[in-house]
Design a protein. Structure first.
Length: 398
């Protein structure tokens, strides 16, 4: 029971009168079928329209297998006459993105022989997946420039109807194996292909087209793009972000990349200097711990260093343990108040740090693991740190 699809002939039709043939409850929603409709259903990569039907909000539009258009409503509407109103901003946005995609796909094909294998119109970003071995920045720049030339030329976008054979004879790209009368879109001097979606009537209505991102997705390349009002918002957002960065760096907009590169280089230099100082600090602190916090081990000549730090991160705790056990005959039991625990020992000692750590942490509700010579974990209760290390010391001393 497929009704007339008014959007086929006029994508700018935003209000229409129709008869509601049925309206049935479906969970917390209602499904209405009309004798004719201008509401576009989700199809071919393009999302559905929204708007109002009588007093109800149209929240989704679905096309069934038998081509019946179902309007998903937030409340029931009576069978009989009703007026439909399309969300104009959403409809025009989809028209801009969809027609822009056709131009972009045609340009990639004509310039580089990169065919489009899929299209997705998202809420903020649209994408096309291209079959190509490699896409370089030069490809993207050339395609964007050529696509916008077609947009600015304000070429007509026409709707054609015909059988699959008639459309093929007319040069419609992308053959369709379907019966009956089909619909196709023709962008003058650019592209012809079957489509049931909504489109602008002239390319100038797209406004402009911006490519945003290109990345490898499996065997294809995914290109993100925005058209029209989306492109305007994206350009405004980029400008505001760049202006904020320029303000933070105290430079003009053109100098932001160079200043960012300089800041990153200085950061890296500072990071290397800090790491060197941290290494030196760990070496000094390891010697101090050996001198002030060590206990005689069970084996002759071994030392056990036990200490709980008030505020050190896990990286420094591991580094300090590494410095300690670089000395011969040392077993280190270290922890921090934030819950990190490290057990380590010099090579050649008979202890088993992994087993020791696991056995001690489990009763305290902690977890961890590692190797015979180095193990780490966490204890949820900071107050248990002394007891945990004390138990380790007790077992190592026998």
């Amino acid at each position: 029971m497929a009704g007339e699809k008014l959007y086929y002939n006029d994508s700018f039709l935003l209000e229409f009168d129709a008869r509601v043939l049925s309206c049935e409850a479906a969970g917390d929603r209602w499904h209405a079928v009309l004798e004719r409709t201008a509401f576009y259903p989700t199809s071919g990569g393009q999302p559905h329209d929204t708007g109002r039907l009588g007093d109800a909000a149209v929240v989704e539009v679905i096309e069934r297998d038998d081509h019946t258009i179902v309007h998903v409503l937030d409340c029931a509407v009576p069978v009989g006459p009703a007026r439909g109103v399309i969300d104009a901003e959403r409809r025009f946005d989809h028209m801009q993105q969809h027609t822009g995609q056709y131009i972009l796909s045609a340009v990639f094909l004509s310039l580089f022989e990169f065919p489009t294998v899929s299209f997705h119109l998202g809420r903020d970003i649209s994408t096309i997946d291209l079959a190509a071995k490699e896409i370089a920045p030069e490809h993207l720049e050339a395609a964007e420039r050529r696509a916008n030339e077609i947009v600015f030329a304000d070429r007509p976008v026409a709707v054609r109807f015909g059988t699959a054979q008639e459309l093929a004879e007319a040069g419609i790209r992308k053959a369709v194996d379907r019966e009956g009368v089909l619909r196709a879109i023709e962008i003058e001097g650019c592209d012809r292909q079957p489509c049931g979606g909504t489109h602008v009537t002239r390319t100038g209505q797209i406004g402009m087209l911006l490519l945003r991102k290109c990345e490898r997705v499996k065997q294809n390349w995914r290109v993100e793009f925005v058209c029209g009002h989306r492109a305007l918002r994206a350009a405004r957002g980029d400008f505001e972000t760049l202006s904020e960065a320029a303000g933070q760096l105290s430079c003009g907009l053109p100098h932001v990349p160079a200043m960012v590169a300089r800041a990153l280089e200085e950061r890296q230099t500072g990071h290397r200097a800090r790491q060197k100082l941290v290494e030196q600090l760990a070496e000094v602190e390891a010697l101090m711990l050996l001198a002030t916090k060590s206990h005689a081990g069970k084996a002759k000549g071994t030392q056990i260093v036990m200490h709980v730090f008030e505020a050190v991160d896990a990286d420094y705790l591991r580094l300090l343990a590494t410095k300690l056990v670089a000395q011969p005959g040392v077993q280190a039991l270290l922890a921090s108040r934030d819950g990190n625990v490290v057990f380590a020992q010099s090579p050649g000692l008979p202890g088993e740090m992994n087993a020791l750590l696991r056995g001690i942490l489990a009763p305290a509700g902690g977890k961890g693991g590692g190797t015979k010579e180095f193990a780490q974990g966490r204890v949820p209760d900071p107050a248990a740190m002394e007891a945990v290390l004390g138990q380790g010391l007790k077992e190592l001393r026998g």
